[in-house]
Ligand binder design. Sequence first.
Ligand SMILES: Cc1cc2nc3c(=O)[nH]c(=O)nc-3n(C[C@H](O)[C@H](O)[C@H](O)COP(=O)(O)OP(=O)(O)OC[C@H]3O[C@@H](n4cnc5c(N)ncnc54)[C@H](O)[C@@H]3O)c2cc1C
Length: 439
Amino acid sequence: MERIHNCYRPVRERVKDFAEVERRLSEKEVREQTARCMDCGIPFCHGAGCPLANHIPDENAAVARGDYKRAYELLSLESDFPEFTARVCPALCEAACCHQLDEESVMVRQSEKFIIETAFAKGWVVPRPPARENGLKAAVVGAGPAGLSAAVTLRRQGYAVTVFEQEQEIGGLLRYGIPYFKLDKQIIDRRRAILEAEGIRFFTGVKVGEDVSAEYLKRRFERLVLAIGTPAARDLKIPGRGKAGIHFALEYLGQMARGENRIDAKGKRVVVIGGGDTGSDCVGTANRQGARSVVQIELMPKPPAERSETTPWPAWPYKLRTSSSHEEGCERRWCVNSLEFTGGDAVEGVRTEKVEWEGGKFTPLPGTEETIPADLVLLAMGFTGVGAENKLVKDLGLGLTPRTSVLSRPEENVFAVGDCATGASLVVRAIAHARNAFA
Ligand SMILES: Cc1cc2nc3c(=O)[nH]c(=O)nc-3n(C[C@H](O)[C@H](O)[C@H](O)COP(=O)(O)OP(=O)(O)OC[C@H]3O[C@@H](n4cnc5c(N)ncnc54)[C@H](O)[C@@H]3O)c2cc1C
């Protein structure tokens, strides 16, 4: 039995809508795929791959024999929100699967999706309020995956948990970053109902530091958790940056969840600057809006097609990744440095040059200047932490690392979890970090 590859809806069909691109595997397919698991003596998927340490070989065995209830029980031992990670996780576990040494890894992410969706359909996912209250109160600032994970963990320990979120809805980047075609937002609402039934209270549309002071929360709650993510996006301060039509990726990607359509790629020549996942999400969104063309440029060289020797198994491999959004139509260019945004009041192009990356530095290649036509430019070059001027951090007198990640102060019961503490990372790592902070 080989690994299945056609897990996505056909490109022609899916670019016409914002519904999830991945099709659901059938029960037969999932059972066959999980049966590929070798139940290795040392399960690297569980120990080295998954930050949550999910019991992957046991889950696989349970699915393969048709015992989905047991599979769900095993999955929920370590994973509070498998329905999120089963949709958006790059599956670090699969990169660490022993099958990587001889063939292709077991399909862990899709089988976890099957387990959790079966559990919801069968009514097995029910609120689990704490057995007893501990009489203490916890405030969580930020309702992204880390904040939600902290809330669940503390609630299970008996804390009365209140989550404050500045946006109108919970989810953080799950809602306002990751596009609908990767994660339908009803999935977040479904989980919210369970969290509320467990006794977690949400106050949305409340910006801590402005609408309520952090100092007040610190005084009123026995635990204060900051899970505020990494809002500071990396900018590209080259000539012409002030022209109309140049936006940060999150301004663009967050629109749909906010019910806005200020930045529309319809009929436009779109240039995405930044070759990572955020850029890829911009590509998929621009194609769905009907962009005339989409070019994605990246400063770094093109990664190798296969796992680089610098990242041997079971490490997460450095290699070229082609997302479902890239498959939908996009020109990708590497070793491209942006010099200037051209045009009048509105952007008309990006003047670029080719560079060579050697010995840890870039060297421009003479005679390679080119202007890529652009009516819309999206900046997707990563995030720089919470920023040196973060008000919450200042108000609480917390320390910052040189990359502006927030340092916890456990002696004062103030904890920083998720991306704001680790730097921009992954949903699964944000969940695991918050969970482990209170384990
Ligand atoms: C476009 C994009 C796509 C991504 N795709 C993936 C993917 O496919 N797979 C993956 O694993 N990871 C992905 N990531 C990374 C992942 O989304 C993050 O690592 C993860 O969401 C971090 O969780 P968090 O809870 O720490 O922070 P966030 O999700 O950023 O949540 C922080 C929350 O805090 C709130 N907040 C901040 N300040 C305040 C305040 N003062 N008062 C109240 N609320 C406040 C914010 O509004 C936000 O809701 C992506 C990231 C981006 C930007």
